[in-house]
Design a protein around this ligand. Structure first.
Ligand code: ATP
Ligand code: MG
Length: 601
């Protein structure tokens, strides 16, 4: 878990995404400024238009004193009106053309920035160690990668409108004060109501948004679990239980959303009421001042002030509606940045070497290796053994004794807690993870096939291999004939998790994948457990060929497979209990003997 971070840390990290686009963004913000100033000119001009037409005194516009038209002929007034409208239309066209340019440029930069964030998240998911995925639910990671990014994108897009609103909010009172400071005071009378609305928003809504985001993650996780575990849910009649859990979490979400909307709508209406009150006060109190000829207030000034007051109050209403987006966006930004700051447990050393896979002999040594997943209970304890290049080692032991864990340490899916694992005499932590994993081919206990064709699922492991090599590998794994029976043969798309293939077929594809990878070290974790004995005999020859001159670790339950190994390691409760050949261990009459006798092998 990252340490508690402060807002400026988040902004600093976020800046790394903004930085590449700072030049276009600067231009966009400048255009927004220009646009908002231009938009304020028409309401301001109304004052001059009205006062010139209806007020008997001369009017000063930008230092130029213009005589009143109040006493002139109707046609002069109409001509003036036509010129005024024409000028305003021209102004509006210019302002909106600028608006289109800034909008297009702004969204382009934002979309690119969002794409950068998405790519960074994907890259980071690949970089994180397996330990992270054990402790974090998939739905939560998905929500960060999809939903939170969406919120950030909305925040960025709205940041332009926000800039626009801020500029108008700052300029409108200045322009009103220039008309008449007294009118500004009047228009601001309802401001404390808005101040209160903001305060309530700030203090109450933000924590609510954070909780809401967690509910959203839990909802996504629940859906993900239903989909992944649909077989188990049906088999154990868990539909009702799963549904009631989902209902509970959705109810919590609903209640929180209601609460958010309650605070939100109250504040929203408060601010609308304040705006209307401001307009009424300007009209009424301003009108009284004009009647009494106080403070030089004219009808034109009152009209302009009413028009400008919407530029003062509308941004406030926008701030309040942006508040939702901004709060969501900020919470999402924090979550995404925290995620990106999550350090992988297994890291390449700064001076890590690239293992030369071709020159790897495959001598493996475990030196007093202990390991714990959670930092508390040890799953492997003081394991020490040496494997010579080309030796074939069987790893046996009861379920949960640590067999799969042992080999996952060899590939640095996790790093040892204490002790050392050596490859050709060097600690495996001195190699880059990528090069180390190139040296080993593994068939996992559970085979995962990527969504794509069978060909894609095979050839990606080794781009140097040809189509002919692929057929060869599939023949050795005794899966070639089966593939030929499929309608599209090697172009058959296997489902998201290879669901169209049986467990044994998937295992044989996984074996073919290792044949193709052609690595100096081979690891088979129950690689033929889902294959029937007859088929296993058929692939045995292929496996034999593959294992020739390679160091191999074979986890198996079948005596037939184990007997072919040079040495057997017996694990029991995470310790290395026995080691030797089949005959030696059998004669010892220990754990191995028991496993054999009770048909557990
Ligand atoms: N990702 C994990 N996080 C925490 N604990 C784990 C994890 N994987 C395995 N364990 C624990 O470590 C112990 C050893 O598990 P491991 O998978 O290595 O056993 P195994 O010998 O391969 O068993 P099996 O024959 O059933 O495959 C078990 O007690 C298991 O609960
Ligand atoms: Mg296992």
């Amino acid at each position: 878990m990252p340490l508690a971070r402060r807002p400026h840390h988040y902004l600093r990290d976020f800046w790394t995404f903004v930085k590449p686009y700072r030049k276009p963004l600067r231009e966009v913000y400048l255009l927004y400024f220009l646009n908002s100033v231009l938009n304020l000119l028409p309401p301001l001009s109304v004052r001059y238009y009205i006062d010139l037409l209806f007020h008997n005194a001369a009017v000063t516009v930008c230092g130029i004193t213009l005589p009143s038209l109040a006493q002139r002929s109707l046609s002069a007034k109409l001509l003036f009106t036509a010129v005024f409208v024409g000028t305003m239309i021209a102004l509006i066209i210019v302002a909106n053309t600028i608006g289109v340019i800034m909008w297009r440029r702004g969204t382009r930069s934002v979309e690119r920035m969002v794409m950068d964030i998405k790519l960074k998240i994907h890259h980071h998911i690949n970089k994180l160690s397996l330990g992270y995925f054990n402790s974090e639910r998939i739905g939560t990671i998905m929500t960060k990668a999809v939903g939170d990014v969406q919120n950030i994108s909305q925040l960025l897009r709205n940041s332009f409108n926000l800039t626009y609103a801020v500029i108008q909010f700052l300029l409108a009172p200045i322009l009103i004060a220039m008309l008449s400071p007294l009118l500004l005071v009047i228009v601001l009378i309802p401001a404390p109501l808005i101040g209160y609305a903001f305060y309530a928003m700030r203090t109450r809504l933000r924590p609510m948004y954070r909780v809401q985001r967690e509910h959203e993650s839990a909802i996504a996780s629940q859906i993900q679990e239903v989909i992944s575990g649909i077989r188990e849910i049906k088999a154990f009649n868990m539909e009702e239980r799963s549904h009631s859990q989902y209902r509970d979490i959705n109810r919590r979400y609903y209640r929180m959303q209601n609460e958010i909307m309650r605070v939100f709508s109250f504040n929203h209406q408060l601010q609308y009421g304040a705006r209307d009150l401001g307009v009424i006060l300007v009209a009424a109190l301003g009108g009284v001042c004009a009647l009494l000829d106080w403070s030089n207030i004219t009808v034109g000034k009152i009209t302009a002030c009413i028009a400008l007051s919407s530029y003062l109050y509308n941004p406030i209403s926008q701030f309040l509606s942006f508040y939702d987006t901004v709060q969501r966006g900020m919470v999402s930004l924090e979550r995404v940045i925290d995620f990106l700051n999550e350090e992988p447990d297994v890291r390449d050393d700064r001076h890590a070497l690239t293992l030369d896979v071709r020159a790897t002999r495959g001598a493996v040594s475990f030196r007093d290796v202990s390991f714990s997943y959670d930092g508390r209970s040890l799953v492997l304890k003081n394991i020490t053994f040496d494997v010579a290049p080309g030796e074939r080692i069987a790893i046996v032991g009861p379920s949960g004794s640590g067999k799969s864990t042992l080999i996952s340490l060899l590939l640095r899916f996790y790093d040892v807690s204490t002790g050392q694992i050596l490859l050709d005499g060097r600690d495996i932590r001195t190699f880059t993870q990528v090069s180390l994993r190139m040296a080993a081919g593994i068939v996992f206990q559970e085979t995962f096939l990527f969504y794509g064709t069978i060909r894609d699922n095979l050839l990606f492991v080794n781009p140097t291999k040809t189509e002919a090599d692929m057929y060869e590998a599939c023949k050795a794994a005794n899966i070639h004939d089966f593939i030929l029976t499929l309608p599209r043969r090697y172009d058959t798309v296997v489902g998201e998790r290879g669901v169209t293939l049986s467990g044994g077929q998937k295992q044989r594809l996984a074996l073919a994948r290792v044949f193709l990878k052609d690595p100096p070290i081979v690891i088979l974790d129950e690689a033929t457990s889902a294959v029937d004995t007859k088929t296993e005999q058929l692939i045995q020859e292929g496996i034999e060929r593959m294992l020739k001159n390679r160091t191999a670790f074979i986890i198996a339950h079948r005596l037939s497979t184990i007997k072919h190994c040079d040495r057997i390691i017996v694990l029991s409760h995470g310790t290395l209990a026995e080691m030797g050949t089949h005959d030696q261990l059998y004669a010892q009459r220990g754990i191995y003997f028991d496993l054999c006798e009770h048909n557990k092998l």
